[in-house]
Design a protein around this ligand. Sequence first.
Ligand SMILES: [Zn+2]
Length: 346
Amino acid sequence: MHFGLFLDFLKERLSQQKELRVEPKEIDIVRAYMFGHVPRNVSDRDKLDAAAIETFYEIVEREFGYDVELVDIDYGGRRLRAIDRFAENPDDEWTPREKRVDVALASSMLFYAAIPYAYDIAIPVIGDEDFVPVLQKVRSLGRRVAIASIKTRRNSPCSHVYSAEYDEEGIRDFDVIWLNELASKVQVPQRIIQCQDPNHVGRPQSVTTALQVPGRPDVCDDCRDRSRVERRKTMAGLTEKMQEIESRGWPSHCGLACGVVAAKKIDKNNKPYAFVKAKVNERPYDFYMNQYDLEPGLSWDSIAELDILVFHPEIKPPDSVHARKVRRPVDADWDNKKGSTAGSPG
Ligand SMILES: [Zn+2]
């Protein structure tokens, strides 16, 4: 998104409001704030992405003149994305506490409302009914409020509060400015890149709207969208497969583990590898494996994400977990329930 054009869009929409009816140029944006959080102490694997988030806010501040207020959130060594945190440990319910970001926004809006002539109209870009009390207070201090929000397809309760015909809560002075149509209006700065996604289709020269991040492969928009959809599918499938294994009562007899292929990848040297998600002694792990870990007769190409595999888990603290002697499960594996505890491990 181009944040310079974003402000022009808000100006234009505000100027069209029947309560105002002015030329866009008569509206003066005195300050633009952006509130967000910067992930700290993320897993080493996500350090580059965390740096990219910081770079993004730097650009918004430097290039577009926003006042950027950031809250640090300690990830405690976790992965950055929810899907990766889930893959690493489905039982970990930790989520970044973004409430502090909301409070920072509310505080600034109220703070400047209390300063005479700091602003006339606040345009909070929000989608959350938690802001109702602060909007009421801002208005009681004599400032006007024009809410900008995104209309969701489902009738979500939050946008309902903002979009209701009659403003029961007393939180706005204008019709809500819907940002949905912005997407089609705004020209996102595009870059021509050589797409580095191994699954890219067609000529590698393609277009991206993503920020360039040193050290991270450039991927075209199509590939980015596709992998987003696939990640979501994989996440849903993973849950299902893990439940299937649990429900079939997989025994950890003979020191074997049973898991689901969570991701199949290719490293910098073009060597394929994969992660198999499995629980050993009730603890979830992502077991690394490559083609040399497969039992004879099993080919790497035949293995797909979400396949259920059986293997010998090799766990070497602190962080080496490797799947050895990988094969597909056979009926006997499932039939061999916990009754076989007499069998010695290994
Ligand atoms: Zn691509």
